[in-house]
Design a binder for this molecule. Structure first.
Ligand code: IMP
Ligand code: MG
Length: 336
């Protein structure tokens, strides 16, 4: 591989961060660069005894040998970014494009204060929608206008394309999920930008001909935060009986839980140009699969689920996550 994109196939929170961490430790990319909307994304990490919701720095930061970039199309909230750089200790290897759009206090006020965004759509209140609106109106400030960010600014597309030309491995990390794409999701209950693999490439200034692999991450039991249609949603009683409960990283709202959606998986794989799929949470399909690291140790129930999902996705499932730890994964890439 040289250039791989990782995106979410359902409504976000599919466990992309864990897949990125695993692939990074195996494939040793020199750069991990994120695309996606901005600090509306959240990735939960354990630092000591504390759980942090990382919102600006790429979730690939756990892999220490890569430089970490924030792509041109991503909105930056300087307060959140500078705080994360400090507590994650990533100074010296984290950079952003000088053309990233900037979220100001005023965007957050407009997001939280808007009946339409905050109540009807159920936005994260992080200011992303209003900031993207201002970018379209060409009044938004950019990273190059903020003195405190000066030491972090680079030309992300130039760095990425140079690394790709040299044959280095690079990972482009998507955020959010297919179902909340501004174009392909459940409009108007969506985020403020497309979230598909093509957008993640564009966010980073990497042309389609330079992308070798698109890994779409699906959750065995999809979740959704915020309002909007969710055709396979379970009742709270059903998800409680299965022992599934999740809360959003950014807003701490309870995530809605659903059954596997084969139709959505197929459509999402198509628009993302999926080459391989990853499935997370297989231990929820069968608890006996928790922590298993070889395909041979999966139960028949889990194998049946995977066979059906693979048929629906139409591409090979090459990564199967069996628990929250980075080591709890089955990696079939490279197997015939
Ligand atoms: P906004 O992106 O904050 O405007 O929120 C619009 C919708 O997208 C809401 O339903 C949010 O809950 C959802 N959303 C935005 N970012 C994420 C994410 O990273 N994961 C899951 N849902 C998200
Ligand atoms: Mg998340």
């Amino acid at each position: 591989m040289t250039c791989t994109i990782i995106v979410g196939g359902f409504f976000g929170d599919e466990g992309k961060g864990k897949i990125v961490a695993h692939i990074a430790s195996h494939d040793k990319p020199t750069i991990i660069s994120r695309g996606g909307v901005g600090p509306n994304a959240g990735h939960t990490v354990l630092v000591g005894d504390h759980e942090y919701g990382v919102r600006m720095v790429p979730s690939g930061f756990v892999y220490k040998d890569a430089r970490l970039f924030i792509g041109t199309g991503v909105l930056v909230d300087p307060r959140i970014f500078l705080h994360e750089v400090e507590f994650l200790g990533v100074k010296g290897r984290v950079f952003m494009d000088s053309r990233c759009g900037i979220i100001d206090e005023e965007h957050i006020k407009r997001d939280k204060g808007s009946e339409h965004l905050a109540k009807k759509i159920g936005s994260t209140g992080s200011g992303c929608g209003p900031a993207n609106a201002d970018r379209v109106l060409r009044s938004l400030r950019l990273a190059r206008d903020v003195p405190e960010l000066a030491e972090y600014l680079i030309d992300v597309p130039m760095e990425l394309n140079t690394a790709i030309d040299r044959g280095e491995n690079v990972l482009l990390e998507g955020t959010q999920g297919f179902g909340i794409s501004l174009y392909y999701g459940t409009y108007p209950f969506v985020t403020s930008k497309d979230t598909s693999a093509s957008q993640i490439a564009a966010d980073n200034g990497v042309g389609p001909t330079c992308v070798d692999d698109v890994i779409v991450v699906f959750k065995a039991y999809p979740t959704r935060v915020g309002e909007g249609p969710f055709s396979t949603e379970m009742t709270k009683q059903e998800s409680d009986e299965m022992g599934i409960e999740e809360f959003g990283t950014v807003t701490h709202r309870r995530r809605r839980i659903g059954e596997w959606d084969g139709n959505m998986a197929r459509y999402s794989a198509m628009i993302n140009g999926c080459t391989q799929a990853a499935i997370t949470g297989i231990d929820r399909v069968d608890k006996a699969c928790f922590g298993v690291t070889t395909y041979q140790k999966l139960t028949q129930k889990a194998r049946d689920f995977l066979a059906q999902a693979e048929d629906e996705i139409g591409k090979p499932i090459t990564l199967i996550s069996t628990g929250p730890e980075i080591s709890q994964i089955i990696d079939l890439r490279g197997d015939p």
